[in-house]
Structure formats: C-alpha cells, structure tokens
Design a protein around this ligand. Sequence first.
Ligand SMILES: Cc1cc2nc3c(=O)[nH]c(=O)nc-3n(C[C@H](O)[C@H](O)[C@H](O)COP(=O)(O)O)c2cc1C
Length: 179
Amino acid sequence: MPIVRVLAISGSLRAASLNSALLRAVVCLAPADIRVELYTGLNSLPLFNPDIEITDASPVADFHARLLEADGVIIASPEYAHGVTGVMKNALDWMVGSEAFVGKPVALLNASPRATIAQASLKETLTVMSAQVVEAASITLPIIGSHLDEHGIIADPSITTAIREALRAFRMEIVNCKA
Ligand SMILES: Cc1cc2nc3c(=O)[nH]c(=O)nc-3n(C[C@H](O)[C@H](O)[C@H](O)COP(=O)(O)O)c2cc1C
C-alpha cells in the first residue's frame, strides 16, 4: 500500500482552535506516503436524529463517504466541561448505526495534557463503535498555553518529532490492518 489516506477531524469550531491548528500542522508534516485531508464539515452536520437516514442528509452522507474512503482517521478534540465537545459527539452519533468506524484505525491527538477525561470518553465511544484506537499513534502534546499556531508547531522540533513518530506508527498499523 504506497499511500494511505487519512481523514483528520477537529472537534472544535473555534477559528483560533489549537486542535485545528495541530491538525493543519499534521497535514504539513505528513510524509509522502500519508495523505491527510482535513475534514471541515463538522459545522454543517445537523443535530443527530435517529429518525433520519444518513443518506437523507447530504452533509452526513458526505461525512460518511469520506470516512469510508479513508484508511484511517485522526481526531483532535478539546474537552468541554469534562466531556467531548457537542459537535464531535454529534458527528460520531451520526455514524453509530453505520459501518464507518468498524475496524477503522483511529489516532487520537490531544492538544492539552489537562484534557484527560474527554479523551478517555472519546476513546470509549470509538471503541464501542468498533474503531481500532491506535495507542502508539495517540499522543498528548503541550499545545495549550504555548501560544503556538500551526507554523509555531511545525517549527518546534520536539513536537514535530512526536507528530512524525505518531504518523509513522499510525501508517504501520493501517498497513498491517489492511494486510
Ligand atoms: C465551554 C468550555 C469548557 C471547557 N472545559 C474544559 C474542561 O473541562 N477541561 C479542560 O481541560 N479544558 C476545558 N476548556 C478549555 C478548552 O479545552 C481549551 O480552551 C481548548 O484550547 C479548546 O480547544 P480549541 O483551542 O481547539 O478550541 C473548556 C473551554 C470551553 C470553551
């Protein structure tokens, strides 16, 4: 498998989101054999309603299709009041009844060492959805309080080393998963 396709999802809608900046840095730092696409449609997903089929809401159908096409998913999401952000959980709820995350390798990036409760909750939700959370690719980075945007992240040697190592581990797991 020469190139693996990865969908990156930020759980924050904030314009100055650290999690989104982290994922933009990941897009830039990804080696040639990993194509990382940033999903920017979280804001367009309607509130989850089990009465509505995935195919009946076009933003949801698009999200579903992108997930199916992806060999792996990277999620970076903040913690709000010790929980996963509403927009992130809403997106996952839409996919619960589908096969989108079944067996899908997922890397969880955490931009805040303080945000442990939401991270654990996100991992639990993905695990119950039968995703394969890849521990070696799930890292916590000290982005919060650092005042780094994506350019600062890319310029920080210790952070870029950690991201590159996580991406390498993630690719290896994806390739093993497909074999
Ligand atoms: C409504 C709200 C609730 C928050 N609750 C927590 C929390 O429980 N634990 C925590 O570590 N940080 C909490 N924070 C801080 C955010 O995690 C932090 O601002 C983070 O940078 C937000 O992610 P973003 O920069 O990607 O938008 C909260 C922020 C907001 C706006």
